[in-house]
Design a binder for this molecule. Sequence first.
Ligand code: HEM
Length: 402
Amino acid sequence: NRHAPDILSPEFAADPYSAYRIMRDEFPLIRHEAMQSYIVSRYEDVARAFKDPVFTTDNYDWQLEPAHGRTILQMSGREHAVRRALVAPAFRGNALQDHFMPVIERNARTLIDGFRHTGRADLVADFATRFPVNVIVDMLGLDQGEYERFHRWYTAIIGFLGNLSQDPEVHAAGVRTREEFAAYMLPIIRERRGSLGDDLLSTLCAAEIDGTSMSDEDIKSFCSLLLTAGGETTDKALAGIVRNLLDHPEQLAAVRADRSLIPLAFAETLRYTPPVHMIMRQVAEDVEIGGGTVPAGSTVTCLIGAAGRDERRYADPDVFDIFRTDLSAKNAFSAAADHLAFALGRHFCVGALLAKAEVETGIDQLLDAMPDLALAEHFRPTEQGLFTRGLAALPVTFTPAA
Ligand code: HEM
């Protein structure tokens, strides 16, 4: 009689994927007392939790509000739809292609130019953690020189969100960040209202909802969400795609030779090593799921990381294979996404296409700049984190550019 794996145990942190398998096979519904949450792990159950409106995002009021303020993640119905629609157009179609692709390409190039002559780099510290923040800071029309602060802020907010063991210091850092971020942003927002540009912050300042503009506080929270959601996640996806390809030299060679394979590598990376491993929901009424009942009002932790490795959904799920036929890269951004890394349904990641553009441009430029990119000798990449998970470092070597 085995016990259900404990998400808060050191064994889990070292290797969640083995624990996920035991959960899916033997404990598809777990009640975790310390986390005060139920846990589901099968693809079918996680997908359902994202799509079925009985699973609400009301939990974000306590999970997110103290660090972020009120954001679209907490909202539902019309309130959510109207605010989401303010930013969504910037992240897709012509706006993304014409306006932001040049921003993305320029930011990637600037960072790579910073180390391509040296022959070595830590692709996490020197590239992955910087590139997505720089892009979103540019999109909002903020100051890239403040990179260190933005990075510290979004790390603290993500820490707050993923504070599963309820460490009081992590909690305090999150709350402090909300104050620091507000002190930084509110004067900028007031100033921007007086001189609108063509950036996303100006769009938010100019927006009218039922004849009323958004409050400074609401705009600040929106920016906080964009920085956090767009920074930490894309950073982990970038490091992940490089690592997964380096681990599979034949697939790396294929991608290097045919760059049209990059979207496949991106989709497979999101299935195999998703940046966000878990998302919480709250059930509005009693729900039957994972072979049991979750009582009304309970929190449910939906394990995206486990869903991507579900053998009920994917053949040989523990194998990284960009050529697998049971994952469609083409559909990865429609509501019928094949992997769950961007969630599904109403809160489906609004920045998914931006993330895709960033990661795909990033890897493309890295491959161009480094024809013999290799892991630094003796380095073994290890993932860290529970809520979001990714590499803490990725030292590489290559022939320096002339
Ligand atoms: C929502 C993942 C990149 C902005 C989400 C959700 C997930 C997710 C799982 C759903 C959260 C929930 O339902 O509770 C990711 C991953 C990314 C990524 C894995 C990178 C690979 C981005 C980028 C942006 C962004 C680049 C834009 C700056 C957002 C926003 C939401 C969201 C604003 C809330 C949408 C809503 O509530 O309607 N993301 N994201 N994300 N994401 Fe992303």
